[in-house]
Design a protein around this ligand. Structure first.
Ligand SMILES: Nc1ncnc2c1ncn2[C@@H]1O[C@H](COP(=O)(O)OP(=O)(O)OP(=O)(O)O)[C@@H](O)[C@H]1O
Length: 317
């Protein structure tokens, strides 16, 4: 009895840790940006891609708001931001899959958004696009999937195509899988086949839309290494949309945070972890906003009360 009494006293004396929304805003929690290791964040060359004052709405939804950005040759630029903030929409503007309501999009000194469809085909040969889903043709073999852009856009002979397919499959660590069907591959292998297809035409730039989504940490790391390798060894300009902060730290020479259709922070990954900007800190540390946490907490309180009320009712109290 006395023991129970003293432990109760001790429990009330112990200072309780602050609840998540009570944490001081400047407190650093979660990961730091060490995933890049010894990687040197590279300066880019000339601007290869430019969005100038781009605005884009879908009905009443304003997605991009007067957004301007220059993406530099040879650099890996990682775009981060909350879901639905327009990151994929931005990538689609670069390859001419979407046109801005106002503003301009340029690639390699050519204006993309007003380009005739036949010229756009030429631009798209210079830009690889790795979609969120692997988007492989299920009825074609791995080799046929990777060769597809060569059949569509080149006059290479079959042996030359096969030689090129072999080469890119070797680059992504999948040589010998030409005859497999996509259904026989793991998620990570499908991504790599898709990446091989994106680079088979020898593009100057590759757009990656959430390349590691759905992959385990080891397979994600393999994709990250490939992205870094393609950029540092082949000089491919990369634009990567991701929610994965570990990947972002590893891949990025430059990171850009889009919030509410605008760029709110732009710099090296390290600058994101050092900044005092509350919005940026919450995003990179994966901290929900206090107002959302309070709402969830209130909802859980209600749920708890409902549960104990229904337990009381079923036990006849
Ligand atoms: N073709 C379209 N027609 C109508 N609405 C669209 C279209 N494309 C995108 N949107 C809307 O624009 C908003 C931004 O979409 P987007 O895919 O760019 O978001 P995101 O930042 O990439 O999000 P996530 O991180 O969840 O992938 C979303 O609300 C989406 O529903």
């Amino acid at each position: 009895m006395s023991q129970a009494g003293s432990s109760m006293t001790a429990a009330t004396d112990v200072a309780q840790p602050p609840r998540p929304w009570e944490r001081p805003p400047t407190e650093v929690v979660g990961v730091t940006c060490t995933a890049g290791g010894q990687r040197i964040r590279r300066e880019g060359g000339q601007p290869l891609i430019q969005l100038r004052n781009v605005s884009k709405s879908f009905g009443a939804l304003n997605v991009l708001r007067d957004l301007s950005i220059e993406i530099y040759e040879g650099q890996s630029t990682v775009i981060i931001g909350p879901s639905g903030t327009g990151k994929s929409v931005l990538l689609k503007h670069i390859v001419g899959l979407l046109q801005p309501d106002t503003g301009e999009v340029w690639f390699g000194g050519q204006r993309v958004d007003t380009m005739a469809p036949e010229d756009l085909v030429e631009i798209r040969k210079r830009i690889g696009f790795l979609f969120q889903m692997s988007a492989l043709f299920d009825s074609l073999t791995v080799g046929e999937n990777v060769a597809f852009p060569l059949v569509e856009h080149t006059t290479l002979t079959r042996p030359d195509r096969e030689e090129r397919v072999d080469r890119v499959l070797r680059m992504v660590g999948l040589s010998g899988l030409q005859a497999k069907m996509p259904a026989q591959l793991s998620g990570g292998q499908k991504k790599r086949v898709s990446l091989a297809r994106s680079i088979v035409l020898g593009p100057e730039a590759v757009m990656y839309d959430e390349p590691t989504t759905g992959l385990d940490p080891i397979r994600s790391d393999l994709i990250n290494e490939l992205i870094v390798g393609l950029s540092t060894r082949l000089g491919i300009t990369s634009v990567i949309v991701t929610h994965d902060m570990v990947s972002a730290c590893k891949i990025a020479d430059r990171m850009v945070l889009i919030y509410d259709g605008k760029i709110v922070h732009d710099g090296t990954p390290e600058s994101f972890w050092k900044t005092d900007d509350e919005l940026v800190r919450r995003f990179v540390h994966g901290q929900a906003e206090a107002s959302d946490l309070e709402l969830i907490s209130k909802g859980l309180d209600d749920g708890e009360q409902d549960r104990s009320a229904s337990k009381d009712a079923s036990s006849g109290i």
